[in-house]
Write a protein that binds this ligand. Structure first.
Ligand code: HAM
Length: 429
């Protein structure tokens, strides 16, 4: 086979290897606990949705819909389908389809892979994972504050440091229209300073121009009319209400008037959590979306965090996080010992212990090396001597294993091995 025939993973789509499992598992555990703690129920929606869900939901003139979606025609029935680039639209579709808000508000959360055809770089992938929460049916800023507090709890429980909250208000559609008109007039008056992207967006989506990364346009963007100046009384009251609640919780935040988000469904409060210039989580209120997708008008807000980005921060905070493979490693030598070892391993598993039985032979010395590397706290050893006596040797493997001490061992009747090991765990616990 030539080198070019070698089959590799798709660019920007990563394998998550066992070495990273400890981080993923911790994140999943913390997320599941926190979501329960705030009354959120899990929902699992399909990875593939109809393309028009995202075109209508996220907005036609957004980076995601214009150039990042993995869309294809179903060869069997001609349907236009898309791998989900985010999950809010799918959750809202499911909530409408199954009438999930018929008896009042709902708090839903999800976790899973998303797909965007972006230029891969560190922290930016084509398949990435999000954890998100959507609170549907709540109007007041208390719901916005609650999803923000939920995020803060996640950062605390995951041990992340230096995560900063930025907030803004996008007001309501008519306020954005008034701002948009003023913005277009300002940008037209300065047309000579616009780059190609900005010229293309001038009339279709001028708000996104404020999000430009082009350094040459920063001064222009700085001087542009700010949306906050166009917000009416109600929008300002909502934004003030959110800020009062955040202050009452001692949750520091920064107002970022340039925070516009990359999806069109938002109104009123939007927020992002940022570390060293990288956004790890974004969200806000999206009251118009349910109606836009054909449901009864239902206010809503939520967020999604980028799992890979959060895991990178967890790794920075705790570089050595590792999971042990098992509690007990079974070491054995000799034909009869092999049979007894298989039985002993099953009995240990019956007692709820995680057990790796050595397979493939080898000297006791090399088997013990594997037992040590497995992270097990005990090895159960079976040789000819032990089998003849109907016993096993239990060897305690970890230096920090309290009274037992590393390397200490004891002979135990085969039928009492599980009891002795569990007794040890309970004493320690
Ligand atoms: P988003 O800002 O597009 O919002 O994505 C949320 C998070 O997903 C980002 O902050 C980032 O951490 C992560 N993310 C996005 N794209 C990539 C990528 N290519 N590679 C790695 N990570 C990425 C949404 O998706 C909204 N649905 C959030 C929301 C929920 N708003 C209300 N409810």
């Amino acid at each position: 086979m030539s080198k070019t025939d070698k089959i590799q993973g798709v660019r920007g789509m990563n394998d998550v290897l066992p070495a990273d499992e400890a981080y993923w598992r911790r994140l999943e555990d913390v997320v599941a606990d926190s979501m329960r703690g705030y009354g959120y129920q899990r929902i699992r929606t399909p990875i593939v949705e109809q393309t028009r869900l995202f075109v209508r939901g996220i907005g036609e003139v957004t980076d995601i819909v214009e150039k990042e979606m993995y869309s294809f025609t179903d060869a069997l029935n001609g349907e236009q389908l898309t791998l989900r680039p985010e999950c809010t639209a799918g959750v809202v579709r499911a909530a409408i389809e199954h009438n999930l808000t018929y008896d009042g508000p709902r708090r839903l959360w999800y976790s899973g892979p998303m797909f965007r055809h972006e230029r891969p770089q560190k922290g930016r992938y084509r398949q990435f994972h999000q954890v998100g929460a959507e609170a549907m049916g709540f109007t007041g800023p208390d719901a916005d504050a609650e999803v923000i507090l939920l995020c803060q709890r996640l950062w605390d429980d995951l041990g992340l440091v230096g995560v900063q909250l930025e907030i803004n208000s996008l007001g309501q559609a008519h306020e954005r229209r008034a701002h948009r008109d003023a913005l277009i007039a300002y940008l037209e008056a300065n047309a000579g300073q616009l780059d190609e992207d900005a010229r293309r967006r001038l009339h279709s989506n001028p708000l996104r121009i404020l999000d430009t990364k082009n350094p040459a346009m920063q001064a222009l963007v700085e001087g542009a009319p700010k949306l906050i100046g166009f917000l009416g009384e109600e929008s300002l009251a909502h934004f003030d209400g959110l800020q009062a609640l955040l202050r009452a919780q001692n949750l520091p935040y920064r107002i970022n008037p340039r925070l516009v988000r990359g999806l069109d469904y938002y109104n009123l409060s939007v927020f992002e959590w940022v570390v060293d210039g990288l956004t790890i989580c974004g969200g806000g209120r999206y009251d118009p979306l349910v109606e836009m997708l054909g449901g009864k008008p239902t206010p809503a807000c939520g967020f999604a965090l980028g799992v890979e980005r959060v895991i990178e921060l967890m790794r920075r905070a705790e570089p050595e996080l590792a999971e042990s493979l098992c509690d007990v490693y079974v070491v054995h030598q000799g034909a009869q010992a092999g049979v007894a070892a298989l039985q002993a391993a099953e009995r240990l598993r019956d007692s709820g212990l995680d057990v790796v039985m050595h397979c493939g032979g080898g000297s006791f010395k090399s088997q013990f090396r594997k037992a040590d590397a497995s992270g097990a706290f005990a090895a159960v050893v079976l040789g000819d001597d032990e089998v003849a006596a109907g016993e096993a040797t239990v060897k305690w493997l970890r230096a920090d294993d309290g009274a037992a001490g590393s390397g200490q061992q004891q002979r135990v009747p085969l039928e009492r091995v599980a009891e002795v090991i569990i007794g040890f765990v309970q004493d320690e616990g």
